[in-house]
Ligand binder design. Sequence first.
Ligand SMILES: [Zn+2]
Length: 437
Amino acid sequence: MKHNCSFRDKKIETMSREELESLQIIKLREIVASALKTDFYKERLNSIGLSDAKDIKGFEDFRKIPFTTKDDLRNAFPYGMLSVDKKDVVRMHASSGTTGTPTVIYFSQDDLDAWTEIVARSVVCTGCSNSDVFQNMMTYGLFTGGLGVHYGAEKSGMMVIPTSSGNTMRQLKLMKDFQTTVVHATPSYLLHMFHQVEAEGFSLSDFNLKKALIGAEPHSEDTRKKIEALYGIDAYNSYGLSEMNGPGVAFECEYKDGMHVWEDGYIAEIVDRYTLNPIDEGEGELVLTNLIRHATPILRYRTRDLTEFVSGDCACGRTHRRIKRIKGRTDDMLIINGVNVFPSQIEEIIMKLPEIGNNYLIEVSKQGDLDKLTVKTEVNNQIFTDDTRDLNKLKGKIKETLKATIFINPEVSLHETGSLPVTQGKAVRVIDHRDSN
Ligand SMILES: [Zn+2]
């Protein structure tokens, strides 16, 4: 394989550790100053005696800041974390919360510009250039996956085809007609698409694909290798989450040996999952601080994602620390075809329906290469008659309500009261049949 590392901003990408850390502290003071303008952080930072950003002298002071959680963001819905005048906000994104309340983030134009720059750097880091044609198969909308990469990809000079997700036939046709060289998608979608190539009347030789940028769902090294072998391309892993803007928090370079966290944009800590003390070695929960988004500053955010730092220097010469692929989560969040879903969201929806009984089961499985969500729920026995119209109507209602809230089209099956297995002690409501990577 030919390695031809290209830098977008070599000075920043190869800064010494000392330079990077002093830059982080300068940016941290600025972001804390913004945070102090929100009611939420004002109270929280004052409680540890921090009322002026200048009081942050170094990382010791930084580590005194309490963690921020998804619940904090949910409780601040809708505007509790906003630190600027609404007039200065130019975009919002939202992701699912642990219950029905979403978590919302806001961007000023400066925030978007800073994010765009970091995404542009990320794609260049994988070897993309202005001679590439880039097809963005991630969902455009409230989720950050589509739009988040879109502007950075444009900034890198690539020609961007904003297809969004789904409609495999159209994806393949565009790939052929415009000779797409780079795609951005979830790994499961790329596997799914491969099996459609022949079925849709195409052959691999119709395409000019060279690279795939993959992310939004955890996957194994074997899955990456499978994608690379099937298509005959290079696939690069990436990491991001909406609380930290979205895609582009960490990206692999051409050496594919861990993802570089862009440390001029984010402070990454890995904490022991039980003591929550920062650790330098070994696996723990990733905690991130966003240094570039002032409209919604988020400090020391517990991502719930498990990973570890890669030790040593990367052959590419970039000094920004690398993290390994995400190993799992410390909470019960499910990632289904790249979309985050909490079982509690599903429970909240179905338990509101009067026809529903007490017991339900959520099953996740693989259908081909894609994930499939099945919600099994008990209903009042009166509904089971020879006439199945009421039953089908209820099924349709549950399906639609779930789809509107969790953005996933689930299978729904209805069962007689007492027919689903009852577990002793803590109820087992979720069964994940997918291979754990
Ligand atoms: Zn590297």
